[in-house]
Design a protein around this ligand. Structure first.
Ligand code: S3P
Length: 181
């Protein structure tokens, strides 16, 4: 594997693809800590992601997001990092993820994404919008960016998070030389 210097595993993909659910399960299997960048940002700002968007706007949120990624990916100890769906929008984030982590793209079909997130009030990009249309646009903008940085991809549409994490762990064991028998 070409990134042996950087043992982090980063989960990328659309909202509702399973990053925040699969991340902790995978961290447990890998016996390493898990961080969710949205949680890091909300804790640091002392307010929810929705409130950050409302009060400061998306650009400010993206600045916080970039800083949170820089900080966590510099961690010496291996981490499983669940990112927000928009992390790939900035080239600097894509570079950092590519260089310093093993990137897993969690995919799901649009119907599944819509079912999972619905009109979730915590997700500002979906607020008062038709989620189908939002995902259609986001997929056009972002799918190729996820693909560009992914070392591995998995479709989570019809698979339970625990099974996704086990499949990923099996695949990582051989690809990253993990040994947790
Ligand atoms: C966003 C996704 C969210 C969160 C913010 C913006 C996006 O994270 O970072 O609402 O731009 O797709 P999840 O992908 O964890 O829902």
């Amino acid at each position: 594997m070409s990134k042996e210097k950087f043992p982090h595993v980063a989960l990328v993909g659309h909202m509702g693809s399973g990053k925040s659910t699969v991340g902790p399960l995978l961290g447990k299997l890998m016996k390493c800590n898990h961080v969710d960048l949205d949680v890091v940002i909300a804790n640091q700002a002392g307010r929810s992601i929705g409130v950050i968007f409302e009060e400061k706007g998306e650009k400010a949120f993206r600045d916080f997001e970039e800083l949170a990624l820089e900080s966590k990916i510099s961690n010496q100890e291996p981490l499983v990092i669940s990112t927000g769906g928009g992390i790939v929008e900035r080239a600097a984030n894509r570079e950092l993820l590519k260089e310093k982590s093993f990137v897993i793209w969690l995919r799901a079909d649009t119907e599944t994404l819509v079912k999972r997130v619905g009109n979730h009030p915590l997700r500002p990009l979906l607020k008062e919008k038709d989620p189908l249309e939002v995902f259609f646009e986001l997929d056009k903008e972002r799918a190729h960016l996820y693909q560009e940085i992914a070392d591995l991809e998995i479709d989570t549409s019809n698979t339970e998070p625990s099974n996704v994490s086990e499949m990923l762990f099996d695949s990582l064991k051989s690809r990253l030389g993990l040994n947790h028998e």
